[in-house]
Design a protein around this ligand. Structure first.
Ligand code: SAM
Length: 211
């Protein structure tokens, strides 16, 4: 990937915003030592989701054998869920990344619990967003929206989340996801903190069906 001046400027803005947020709420830096301990390794090598450490800890208490997971966007999260015995469906748009995931997971003891749905971006992500439609309603215990077209994916996922399930939407500091998440009417809890392989604060929404 080519690093552009716009990307650098965006990262600098994120870093400034994280520093200001931590200055006002120092507890948010709690997991900085865990980030430093990863020593620059990527989430795939770490076999960790690209989510705040405190959310990974929380997921660790509910994910295990039999947990049904659907994720838009694969990577370290795929390996982490599979390592815990979950059954995972990954929808991935990037052919090269899908190949890499298939190489890492394929042939392992977890491969029979994993379904990779390769969906192109050629149709403005219509098939990508709709990939979850093939599954029964209330089927998934955890849905992770961490790939492309997150507002549309979150909306498509709603009927598929189990009654006590979790819908996770990453990077909700991006204003463009707000309207779709507000429209769900679901209970929302935001988890903010350091995440593996990310030098700035991560913001993930945990959505649950209203009681
Ligand atoms: C935010 S990432 C998804 C991360 C995944 N859910 C996880 O927790 O590891 C969104 C997309 O970026 C791409 N991607 C993920 N990890 C990558 C990496 N290390 N290098 C390049 N592209 C990556 C994939 O196409 C993926 O669908």
């Amino acid at each position: 990937m080519r690093i552009t001046p716009e990307m650098l400027a965006r990262q600098a803005r994120y870093a400034g915003r994280s520093a200001r947020r931590i200055a006002g709420e120092p507890a948010l830096a709690r997991d900085l030592p865990r980030l430093l301990a990863t020593r620059g390794r990527g989430t795939m090598a770490l076999r960790l989701p690209w989510l705040p450490f405190r959310l990974i800890d929380e997921l660790g208490t509910v994910v295990g054998p039999g947990t049904r997971v659907f994720e838009y966007g694969g990577g370290g999260s795929t390996l982490w869920f599979l390592d815990r015995g979950a059954t995972v469906v990954t929808c991935e748009h990037h052919p090269g990344w899908a190949d890499e995931l298939a190489r890492v997971v394929g042939g392992s003891w977890a491969a029979d619990r994993w379904t990779l749905l390769r969906r192109s971006d050629a149709d403005a992500y219509a098939a990508y967003v709709a990939a979850i439609d093939a599954y029964p309603d209330l089927h998934f215990d955890v849905v992770v929206v961490d790939g492309r077209e997150r507002a549309r994916c979150a909306t498509a996922a709603l009927p598929k989340v189990a009654p006590d399930g979790l819908l996770l939407v990453d990077d909700v500091d991006r204003e463009r996801y707000r309207a779709a998440l507000d429209a769900t009417g679901w209970t929302r809890r935001d988890i903010v903190g350091f995440a593996p392989a990310k030098p700035t604060l991560a913001y993930t929404a945990v959505l649950t069906r209203p009681a």
